[in-house]
Unconditional design. Structure first.
Lengths: 115, 115
């Protein structure tokens, strides 16, 4: 079985400050990890992914995430937050070893960036 | 280019009515997923198509739910005899190839309200 935990329902940060949205996962094989962002009344948009290789992954809109195998984490980060980053963020995991193509999504974290 | 489109965007159904939700994936995308997203939750897997073949329908909550993709492009999710617990946003996503290392492209969703 695979699972994702996003321990914070909401993250508040001031514009210009660094932000972190946390994600931990559980999977029996090799983790394929994804971050998506959802704006109101819109579908999820892909931000970045980790499949293999460098633990630090860079994605869209200045976001990055660090894969930490020992802590089974894949936290999303950005050095300087923008008000326009305010949205709902979802972490997802898929077992890359077992041939399953079904991702499991976290519950989502609402990011609020204050001016 | 055009993204994933879904119709209708909003659907209100009386309990017991049948509904049909349409998904137009990105042209040429092999993989197509349907998800159900309840309020305050992440997307939950319903079913998966590779071209016209429905490879996994393990997430369909009951035999009232049926999905098809007869020509390997447009897909329809049908819910018979709708119940109040079916109220949710139904998301469709497509991916260029099978396998799952690639990100998914999501449509805007259909918000179904059963009264």
């Amino acid at each position: 079985a695979q699972s994702v935990a996003q321990p914070e329902d909401q993250v508040n940060v001031a514009e210009g400050n660094p932000l972190t949205v946390k994600c931990t996962y559980s999977v029996s094989g090799n983790p394929y990890l994804f971050w998506y962002v959802q704006y109101p009344n819109r579908g999820l948009q892909f931000l970045l992914k980790y499949i293999t290789g460098d633990n630090l992954v860079k994605g869209s809109y200045g976001f990055e995430a660090e894969f930490n195998k020992s802590q089974t984490s894949f936290h999303l980060k950005k050095p300087s937050a923008l008000v326009s980053d305010s949205a709902l963020y979802f972490c997802a995991v898929r077992d890359g070893s077992g041939g399953s193509y079904i991702p499991t999504f976290g519950r989502g974290t609402s990011l609020i960036v204050h001016p | 280019g055009a993204g994933v489109s879904q119709s209708p965007r909003y659907k209100v159904a009386k309990r017991g009515q049948d509904v049909a939700l349409r998904c137009d994936p990105i042209s040429g995308h092999v993989s197509l997923f349907w998800y159900q997203q309840a309020l305050g939750q992440g997307p939950e897997f319903l079913t998966y198509f590779q071209n016209e073949a429905q490879l996994d329908k393990s997430g369909l909550p009951s035999d009232r739910f049926f999905a098809e993709r007869p020509e390997g492009s447009v897909s329809t999710l049908k819910i018979q005899r709708t119940q109040q617990e079916d109220s949710a946003v139904y998301l469709c996503a497509s991916s260029l190839v099978s396998g799952g290392t690639l990100e998914q492209y999501f449509g805007p969703g259909t918000r179904l309200t059963v009264t």
